[in-house]
Write a protein that binds this ligand. Sequence first.
Ligand code: B16
Ligand code: MG
Length: 216
Amino acid sequence: PVKAVIFDLDGVIVDTAHYHFLAWKRLAKELGVDLTEQQNERLKGVSRMRSLEIILSLGGITLSDHEKEKMANRKNSWFVDYVERMAPEEIFPGVKQLIHELKGKGIKIGLASASKNAKTVIQLLHIQNEFDAVVDGTMITHSKPHPEIFLLAAHKLGVEPKDCVVFEDAEAGVEAALAAGMKCVGVGSSEQLHKANKVISKTGEFKISALEEFQV
Ligand code: B16
Ligand code: MG
């Protein structure tokens, strides 16, 4: 039976994924790289430093560790500027209701975000108390597609991985969830997320009855 649902944050609960894209695009432009939306898919779900490294490789650019640190901090300050202007209304429609329905069925709710800004974001959205466990980018050593983040979330929830369903918008995140031995609902394009057990285009579209598909 499904005992826990673990949500990714960026792109699943709120469109911070768009703010990440804007901030990376701005940094990439300064580096002479025109970051496309297609290329941006590779940045989703992976750590800040890994994202920067992908952009540098797109431009064939090499930087010292010190320079990389500076660039990553620049991107983050722009991202934080966008995020600080965010309001609770920016939560995707239907997400809070979905969380409440799941809780009503006795299902535990986790958050597993690679973002080091995840706690700030959920506070700004006033949803920090909705989660039974939160794991963010400050608590892990391996980023998605490594399963660490989801395994830690399951551990904190006290639920076995096989009884967890993950909601993810990033290909790296879907891979991480499956590698953790969990079921995964992809949120976005079925082409991009074809490895997921089920794909929906928006989180709020999910019907709780569909959880039965995951009972084994
Ligand atoms: P930060 P998620 C991820 O969050 C984003 O998808 C990814 O694009 C970003 O690079 C990563 O967080 C790190 O974020 O720079 O704020 O630490 O999708 O796992 O919620
Ligand atoms: Mg995401």
